[in-house]
Design a binder for this molecule. Sequence first.
Ligand code: 8OZ
Length: 370
Amino acid sequence: MLFESFQLEHNYLKNKIVMPPMTRSRAAKGEVPTALMAEYYAQRASAGLIITEGTPISTQGRGYAWTPGIYTQAQIEGWKKVTQAVHAKGGKIFVQLWHVGRVSHTSLQENGNSPVAPSAILAEGVKVFLAKNGQEASSGQGEMVQHSMPRSLSIPEIHQIIQDFVQAARNAIEAGFDGVELHGANGYLIEQFIDSQTNKRTDEYGGSLEGRLRFLKEVTTAVADAIGANKVGVRQAPLTTLMGAIDDTPEETYIAAAKILNEIGVAYIHIAEADWDNAPEMAVDFKAAYRKTFKGALIYSGKYTVQRAEEALQSGWADLIGFGRPFIANPDLPYRLQYGLPLNEPIREKFFGGGAEGYTDYPFAENKQL
Ligand code: 8OZ
């Protein structure tokens, strides 16, 4: 089933293999996507669906060096090169819209401001990736630094961030993306609102489960109203802990979130099972509850093999499967998986920052170009 097509609303996907979002930190000055990035994504256009690396919606939403943004005209023009290159190879591509919330550093914020969060709570030990001495991405010279103490958002600021998401989604459509994925996972802003240990607000954006889900609901509704719910997906990570965003009752919380997303009518929910986290495996009952609650497509990513992917699709709780790191090292991953060919191993040292090395120079099997 993995190699068969899938209709994701108006988007025809040629297989059920997703390239999930992966930060690679190779944008040019001004957080502008480059021609090298266009080549990287186009090389991977045999995926049924590509979802770009996390893409900040504003300066405030940035938490790492050299991540490509989608809030200036130069960035939109850069992304046009990416979407055109992917479409020319017959691929489909969504952009992941990202606000990091507290997971940032004063050096990345305007005027050295503090990062923002639902509540002013530090995640001890959670680090961000900064450029060493203001160097550019191509240097690859970065360092991991503890994120800065955040301050809590006022209600007008929350409303402004929702507008920033809407503008970023409009920019994405202008840039030629087939849709957007809202990054509601991995301990960033949307998840900081959702999870009980990061949201201690007492106003309407916290205090109760309904309150903690309000930001997700309002952002998703506003973005869906702006570009169409059929072009919107949402990523969630119910069980991850490493980024310090933890919910005390994840199943209750995230199934309630799925109910809201179902009512809005988004195209998909993308669940990060996060093999990089110590999170427990998601119980089959939890996955079945997602299926029962949410009528759109369900994508799962995290440590899948072809066999596990086929089982997930057969079992009925998944529609599409993401393969992350294997896609870094294997531009022609679907072909290799389909024919059982050996896989190239990803080079960890080249994950973040740098140039073509460990990025666009992984070989295709038998010199086959798609
Ligand atoms: C790794 C390094 C930097 C960012 C995520 C956006 O975990 C990320 C990310 C991952 O979702």
